[in-house]
Design a protein around this ligand. Structure first.
Ligand SMILES: O=C(O)c1ccccc1N[C@@H]1O[C@H](COP(=O)(O)O)[C@@H](O)[C@H]1O
Length: 224
């Protein structure tokens, strides 16, 4: 198989955070982004009071990602006003015009099970996406189901930042990083004891596994 160059640092997003303490620990562990979910179909959905508390728990330089799935324009605007997210993530059937109208960078979440998409196809459909979240679930289904992404579905030549998502855990993330070299990894269920309730030990182990995978990849490539 063609050997991909390692990333200097694989970015980490913890998604579906509902408790300020979990956000604080994520930041202390060096996680790059914390996701809060407004999707009606999510078991990790937050109300606006909760998301305000999560936002206040985050120190500077840690991104807050607001995740939507076919929410109305009004719901998105209201969430932005109160949560002041760094980045938006759309996980439903939103098109590029919908996603970009809010004037914030956005990630497009795409379920690739059974429906592989080419890099050109993704970039043509969402030309203004800052990046993509490639997930293991079927198109139209919510994410966060723990369904793993088939490595063969990942477009080889995607030249925009993309996050690998779907069923990652501390035990599987290193192998996935070595195989696919994503820009970042996105996890919800793999660091939880119940939907929206993160587990400190699982969070720590997940971050350690990503860091170890990066160090190993650098060593194998003869980098520093
Ligand atoms: O997590 C959810 O509840 C969710 C609902 C609707 C759309 C997306 C959702 N989550 C996204 O899926 C990934 C992977 O989750 P998991 O690790 O397989 O549990 C998660 O990080 C979110 O980006």
């Amino acid at each position: 198989m063609h050997e991909l160059p390692p990333r200097m640092r694989t970015r980490i997003k913890f998604c579906g955070v509902t408790r300020p303490g979990d956000a604080r620990l994520a930041a202390e562990l060096g996680v790059d982004a914390v996701g809060v979910i407004f999707a009606a179909r999510s078991r990790r959905r937050v109300d606006l009071a909760t998301v305000t508390a999560v936002r206040e728990a985050l120190p500077p330089l840690v991104a807050l990602v607001a995740l939507f799935m076919d929410n109305s324009e009004q719901e998105v605007r209201r969430a932005i006003r109160l949560a002041r997210p760094t980045l938006l993530q759309f996980h439903g059937s939103e098109d590029d015009a919908f996603c970009r109208q809010f004037g914030l960078p956005y990630l497009k979440g795409v379920g690739l099970a059974g429906t592989p998409m080419t890099a050109q196809g993704l970039c043509a459909r969402w030309p203004h996406a800052a990046g993509f979240v490639l997930d293991g679930h079927a198109p139209g289904e919510p994410g966060g189901s723990g369904q793993r992404l088939d490595a063969a579905s990942v477009p080889a030549d995607l030249d925009r930042p993309w996050l690998l998502a779907g069923g990652l855990t501390a035990d599987t993330v290193a192998m996935a990083i070595h195989a696919l070299r994503p820009w970042g990894v996105d996890v919800a269920g793999g660091i939880e004891v119940a939907p929206g309730i993160k587990d400190g030990d699982k969070m720590r182990r997940f971050v350690a596994a990503v860091r170890a995978a990066d160090v190993q990849a650098h060593a194998a490539a003869g980098i520093g």
